[in-house]
Structure formats: structure tokens, C-alpha cells
Design a protein around this ligand. Sequence first.
Ligand code: CUA
Length: 379
Amino acid sequence: MTQDTQKRFDDRTVARSWWILIVFTIMTALLGFVAMGYLGSQIESDDPIVETFTPEGIFVQPDAEWNTSILESKSPEARELRKLGWLVTLIAAGIFLVVEFLLIFAIFRYRRTSGSDDDSEPVQLYGSNPIELAWTIIPIMIVFVLCLATIRTIQVVQPTKTERPEGALTVEVIGHRWWWEFRYPELNVVTANEMFVPKDRPIWLEIGSADVIHSFWVPELQGKMDAIPGKTNYWRFTPEEAGTYLGQCAEYCGTQHANMLIRVEVLEEDGFEAWADAQARAATDVRGPEIDKGRQVFLENACQSCHAIAGVSEGTYAPDLTHLMSRTTFAGGMIPNTARNLKAWIDDPDQIKPGCDMPSLKLSPDQIEQLVAYLLTLK
Ligand code: CUA
């Protein structure tokens, strides 16, 4: 290779590297925007989520409004977390801008120009104290700031066992594969998947698990808190606006992890008291030929060994059914609570929620009709 061809070769290589860099940067930016747009539409869309049908024609996505954005905080705790999130994002964006600016500046300023014949290497710098000090001290300071901000936020949002707020409502949260149990020890109420709480009152959560590790997460109200078997984690939030808040198990816990949903209904104080009064009562004792046969089906099969119905059965393995029909969904918040869906579910739960612990009891169509007639009385 003569010197001349070597130079042309170098020029071409440099030009090609340029193009690769430019195309790569644009593609990365585009991909980033597409990914952000997609995630954003998943998280903040008010559109009904695509209705998915199972072989039985069941809707598996009941909610028209599915908002699980951490940017719409509706409690002081969630707001603190959002503030920290923005601080970290801004610092990271600042670092990104400075680094990209220096990179692009250096590429342009020190590139080899076509007219130059200078083949010598640039000055090689080793052991520059000012530079090494700068890139050691600046990152340490940034990490220190992030660390302080994080510790402060943790102190605000994460209580210890002894920091139960005055006048708080206690809810014991128990993760199960794949549903949530909510127990209100002060009110003698047990329910599943749908947690009702009053507005403007601190809610004190005692979180545990009956099997594997889950994580309780309702983004608009608080951050994530693990539900660990054999351990109680304490968590609290004070909801500020009445409404429905959706959440999701946030720790992979098996095949149906994605269908382990949480609904928090925040009610005005009166509404909450009415709800709690109704929930604390025993099951309504409605009679009728079909209903009585349904109750028999419930008692003579395995149903009663897993499910509790106050005054009827005492199972604790599966959701309490005493006031089943006061809930809008069942199966871990996955399915709207309707007669048709209950029948399909009882017939073969595994069809709808593969891997779930409830077995198909191979009941006859008549038995299923009777059982559901009974369940519909559990208001
Ligand atoms: Cu429970 Cu994931």
C-alpha cells in the first residue's frame, strides 16, 4: 500500500465511521421515542384496554380506566416518590447532555481534516491530576446527592413497626398465589382483591404472604412493598381523593403473576362506614329451592374446605366468599364478577387461569347452576 492509497483508505474509513455514528444516534433516539410512546400508552391510556376473550367468551380485562402511572400521585407518600423520581431523571438527563456535548464537540473539533498531511499522533496525556480529580470527585458528589435524597424519601414514606400513625385504619395484606387477601382486624372484615379504605385517613398496612414472595403495589398511592412469607412489612398511605386505584403484584410469583391485580376503592368516610358495616355481617340467609341445593353443593364438595362463608364454612386457603357479590371482580381481579363468568370459572378454573390452585370439581351443569344461584345471594 503506497502512502497515497493509505491516506484515501483512512479518509474513507473516517467518513464511514461518521455515517455509522450519525445513523446509530438517530436510530437509538427513534427507538427510545417509540419505546417511551408505547410504554406511555400502556400506562396512561384512558382507552378501554383491548378486550381479550377466552374460549368461553369471558372478558378478562374489566377496566375501562387503567391508570397505573407513578406520575399521578394521589397521596403524600406517592408524591414524595414522584419528586425523587424527577430529581433522579433530571440529574441523569443533565449528565447525558454534558457527556453527549463533550463527545460531539471532541469529534468535530479534533477530527482529521481532509487537507491535513499531519500523520503524527496527538499529544498523549497520562496522569493528569486535574482531570482525574474531576472525574472522581464529580461522580462522588452526584452519588452523594442522590443518596441523601433517597434516604430522606425513604424516611418520609417507609414507616417502621412503631410508626403507626395516630387514628390509622389497619389492613392486613396477605399475598397468595394468585390473589390478595385483605383483613381488617379492627372491623372484623375479611375480603379479597378489592381493598376499601376511607379518604383522608392514614391507612396502615401490615403486609405478609401465605406462600411465595409477592409485592404490593398501587402506583398512585404508594411505592412497592414486598410481601414475604414469615415476615411482616409495614406500609402506609393517606389517600386524598375518592376513586378507584389499580395495582398489580410487582414481584414475579409464578405463572399467574400478571393476573394478581389489586383494586383500592377510596370512599368518603360515610360510604366507608356503610361498607364496613355490611361486610362485618354474616352471610345473608336467603332461601329457595335452587339456592338451598346450591348451598348443599357448596357444603358437600371441596368448596367449603378452602372458602370461608361466615356462618356456613371456615376454609382459609382461598378467598372469603361471605360477601362475594359485593366485589366487581374475582380470580385475582381478572374477571368481572357476573353469573355467567362464575359458571365458566367453577366449571374449569384452569381454562381461564392456567396454573391456579382452584380445581375443576367436575360438577354437572345443574349443580353449577344451583351453586351459582347460591353464590349470587352472597351480597
Ligand atoms: Cu404475586 Cu407476582
